[in-house]
Design a binder for this molecule. Sequence first.
Ligand SMILES: NC(=O)c1ccc[n+]([C@@H]2O[C@H](COP(=O)([O-])OP(=O)(O)OC[C@H]3O[C@@H](n4cnc5c(N)ncnc54)[C@H](OP(=O)(O)O)[C@@H]3O)[C@@H](O)[C@H]2O)c1
Length: 251
Amino acid sequence: MERWIGKVALVTGASAGIGAAIVKKLVENGMEVVGCARNLKELNEIATKVNKAGPGHMYPYKCDLVDENQILAVFEYIKKQFGTIHICINNAAVCYHTPMVSADTEHLKEMINVNILALCITTREAITLMKNTNIDDGHIVNINGNAGHKIYFETFYSATKYAVTALTEGLRQELRAANSRIRATAISPGLVKTELMYRMHKDDSRSVDELYATKPSLQPDDVANAVSFAITSPSHMEINDMRIRPTGQLN
Ligand SMILES: NC(=O)c1ccc[n+]([C@@H]2O[C@H](COP(=O)([O-])OP(=O)(O)OC[C@H]3O[C@@H](n4cnc5c(N)ncnc54)[C@H](OP(=O)(O)O)[C@@H]3O)[C@@H](O)[C@H]2O)c1
C-alpha cells in the first residue's frame, strides 16, 4: 500500500458494514479518506476511532446520495481540502424486498438512485477531477455482489447489481479507449455480516439472526482486504471483476 500513502480516497456508505471496514483499512495504510453517508454521528464515531490509530485520516462528510447536489458538494469539499482524488470506492447501496408483482415504487426509485445513479455521478466526478489534476493512475472500485451475476436473491436489487457489472466493464472499456491508466474494479462478495439484511428486514431481525447463524458469511474486513488487494496490484495488472464467497456458500 506504500504508493497510496498520503493519497486521497472517497468511500461512500462509510457509516456501517463494508464501507466502515474499507475506511479503516485505508486509514491504517496512511490514506486521507473522505467517508460519506447520511448518519453523521456514526461517521464521527468511526473517524474518532480510526484517526486515533492513524497514520492516515478519515474526514466524515454527511451526504444523502439520492441528491445529486449533495454528491457534488462532497466533490467541492474534496477539491478545496485536498485538490485532487486518487481512489473512489462506490460502496453504498440499499436493498428492499420488492417482488416484481408488488414492489413499492419509492423503494425501486431509491435503489436506482443509490445503487446505480449515485455510483455513476461519483465516478464521473472522480474521473473528471483525476483528469483535471493529471492523476492517471487512479482507481475506481465498485462494490458489486454475487447478485450482480446471478438472480438468486431479490430481483430488483439484483438488477441494480447487474447494472454495476455493466457499468464497471463499460468504464474499463471507455478508459482503455481514452488511453487512460485509471483502473476499474468491481468486487462481488457473497453474504457478508453487516446491517444490510437487518435494514431490509426491519420488523423481523430474528430471521436475519437465523440466516447468519445457519449460513456461512464473510466479515466486512474480508471485503476490505479484497479492496486492498485490487488497489495494490501492480500497475500493469488490472483486476476488473473479483468474486468472493464464504467458503461453502452455494450461489
Ligand atoms: N452485506 C452483504 O451480504 C453484501 C453482499 C454483497 C454485496 N454487498 C454490497 O456491499 C456494499 C455495502 O453494503 P453493506 O452490507 O456494508 O451494507 P450496510 O451495512 O447496510 O451499509 C450501507 C451503507 O450505505 C449507506 N447508505 C445507504 N443509503 C444511503 C444514502 N441514501 N446516502 C448515503 N449513504 C447511504 C449507509 O449509510 P447511512 O444509512 O448512514 O446513510 C451505510 O453506510 C453494498 O454495495 C452492498 O450491495 C453486501
